[in-house]
Design a protein around this ligand. Sequence first.
Ligand code: TXA
Ligand code: MG
Length: 339
Amino acid sequence: MSDADDSLPSHLLVDVQGAATRLLAGGVVAIPTETVYGLAAVATDDDAVSRIFRLKERPATNPLIVHIEGPEQLPDWAPDVPAAALDLADRYWPGPLTLVLNRARTVSDLITAGQDTVAVRVPDHPVTSALLAELRRRAGHPVALVAPSANVSGTVSPTTASHVINGIGRYLGPGDGVLDGGECRVGVESTIVDARHSALRVLRPGAVVIAPTPVPPNTATPVVPGSQSSHYAPRAAVTLVTDSAELPTPRGRQQLGLLAPAEIDTPAGYLRLGSPEDDTEFARGLYAALHAADDARVTQIFVVPPAAGALRPAVLDRLIRAAAARPDQAEGTESGLGS
Ligand code: TXA
Ligand code: MG
């Protein structure tokens, strides 16, 4: 995580105090987490939660993750937490792990999209931890925040405050804000695990790697509405290749980009979008590279994924979704549900 960016438009920026004030008054505030920036609202404020859906152009059928300060808040959201889930919470919270659990009856249908489950995590970022503590201090009780990634549905998630401002800044009003916490350390969204049963299932790969547990036959597959193909898509087309031998020679006015491990050279005519040394660096810089490609009007992005490492599955998952989107759909949501 790097320092906050001084060059951002100041009318949108808030500090922890300002963020707390705006959230408690019903505003929405973009917050830093270790994974990506989230667009936060107080989870019990239905009006503010509805506004997140409208602002992101997110379908109401796509549920939100509830961000809590610590596992002691779990019973407010999920009353029956299996031992295996508690073990995970114990090991990985705060951290990039989201648990899908049976919901408490009091959880708003807006958050769960009417499902019987709720997704919960404890983010690991000092600025957002300070915000949650400040909200608890002011309210006199713990305050949870819903926070989907702070981007328009279907587009690339933000990992810096300037990504947030470039993507959704124009939709934020005077009662909203952006809390700058520097560059996100992990860079891809949290691992989502269906933790309702002793057999754990990974619904979205992320930085926390859970060994698969055998799932009994005929168990229904839980729905992760936001994990359909055609997500995380920049305007440019994304093409996955295994090595630089597959890269075409640039022609005419097209601007080609390359994101590849450091040991791969940049062919003539390509704009280099990143040279990560390993899977961790790949994940951390992935979305910034896709944003940079759009800023530079790259028409096609070629990506050589990391060959190994714990973050390889998460990086590949996001790249395959980005590659599944047609470039002319990248700004829209007609192809599916956004996250
Ligand atoms: O790292 C993250 O998880 C980031 C940061 C901001 O915390 N948040 C994030 O939120 O990625 P979002 O809304 O962009 O993605 C949440 C995903 C969606 O695919 C959604 O469908 C899924 O979580 N989800 C939410 N509630 C669920 C539930 N009850 N059951 C299954 N999937 C759920
Ligand atoms: Mg998302």
